[in-house]
Design a protein around this ligand. Structure first.
Ligand code: IPM
Ligand code: MN
Length: 367
């Protein structure tokens, strides 16, 4: 039986509650003989700040570097609103992304048939939806320098962020998108704002050249990011793979999440480059949703995005595609059976708790 080392970083808010369901699932998968999962736990976000004044400690960073994969819950909350910018909860997540070089963020948005009612859009618009947003994750305005607020000395200040992309960053995320499309419906939509941004002009010409050179068999379309946002709510089924930069990807994936019924449904994978020598890649898996401080500790959170993130980990980090399919099928069967947490409840039926949802999914897991 293969053995894998996982670092669990539950974080803040509902993070620990949804991570608890993943731990139950890991125990079950081990029992079923899928693989052996060794888990270690670390602190990130506000939890790490409270413990040692940093958004993630050096020792937890070292654990993340050494793990086969990292499972991440959520960070942030009003409790840490006043902490210095450098150690705010989000800084822990951004450091993990940057230092582990997790440049490719895969955010699949799938609308389960049973959930079409939970979406705020009409059934025919979202039913059967299956799109993949590929978001660049280690560049752009999130990390560009200078990034500062300067005092102009005349009673005015100036806030500066820098949107910057080099050719290689655009090329490598483009490759991820084209490769994924080949295994899906063979279509990529690339998105930027080349009508106002130089980085958008470079993004567009780099993707066009890469397509011509290596991926001419894939259908390629381009859409300005604002127009893509509109198309995502107008007729999302026109898309297969969407590739875009860090900031646009952040916003567009929140829209895509709501198409599926709830932000509580969307998993994600953040992947590094494959190491040619070991054939391995660094990876972190996290739900797209945040820490939801308003419902934290109440046992109300939907664990599906977190469990779905574990399924992505099985698929992309461990090559356990069958086990990943089994987890996804168990989620689907649980929803088809009518079980709902509060966020996806669309009629009068009782909402079930986080742990009841986790148990229901585990109970439907087939060998
Ligand atoms: C996300 C989140 C993060 C981001 C925050 C928590 C820094 O919104 O993963 O989408 O902006 O990337
Ligand atoms: Mn986001």
């Amino acid at each position: 039986m293969n053995s894998y080392k996982l670092l669990l970083l539950p974080g803040d808010g509902i993070g620990p509650e949804v991570m608890a369901e993943v731990e139950k699932m890991l125990a079950r998968l081990t029992e079923m003989g899928v693989a052996r999962f060794e888990t270690e736990r670390g602190l990130v976000g506000g939890a790490a700040y409270d413990a040692h004044g940093q958004a993630i400690s050096e020792s937890d960073m070292a654990l993340a570097m050494a793990a086969d994969a990292v499972l991440f819950g959520a960070v942030g909350g009003p409790k840490w609103d006043g902490v210095p910018y450098e150690v705010r909860p989000e800084a822990g997540l951004l450091r993990l992304r940057k230092d582990l070089a997790l440049f490719a963020n895969l955010r699949p948005a799938i609308c389960y048939p049973a959930l079409a009612e939970a979406s705020s859009l009409k059934r025919e618009i979202v039913e059967g939806l299956d799109i993949m947003i590929v978001r660049e994750l280690t560049g752009g305005v999130y990390f560009g320098e200078p990034k500062q607020i300067i005092d102009l000395g005349n009673g005015q200040k100036r806030g500066i962020d820098t949107q910057v992309y080099d050719t290689y960053e655009i090329e490598r995320i483009g490759r991820v998108a084209f490769e994924l499309a080949r295994k899906r419906r063979n279509k990529v939509t690339s998105s930027e704002k080349r009508n106002v941004m130089k980085s958008g002009v470079l993004w567009h010409e780099t993707i066009v050249a890469l397509h011509r050179r290596d991926y001419a068999d894939v259908t390629l379309e381009h859409q300005l990011a604002d127009s893509l946002a509109m198309q995502l709510v107008r007729w999302p089924k026109q898309f297969d793979v969407i590739v875009t930069d860090n900031l646009f990807g952040d916003m567009l994936s929140d829209i895509a999440a709501m198409l599926t019924g709830s932000l509580g449904m969307l998993p994600s994978a953040s992947l590094g480059e494959v190491d040619k020598a070991t054939d391995k890649r660094r990876a972190l898996y996290e739900p797209v949703h945040g820490s939801a401080p308003d419902i934290a500790g109440k046992g109300m959170a939907n664990p599906i995005a977190m469990i779905g993130s574990l399924a992505m980990c099985l698929r992309y980090s461990f090559g356990l595609g069958d086990a990943a399919d089994a987890v996804d099928a168990a989620i689907s069967a649980t929803l088809a059976a009518g079980l709902r947490t509060a966020d996806i409840k669309s009629d009068a039926r009782e909402a079930i708790s986080t742990s009841a949802m986790g148990d229901a999914i585990i109970a439907r897991l087939k060998a």
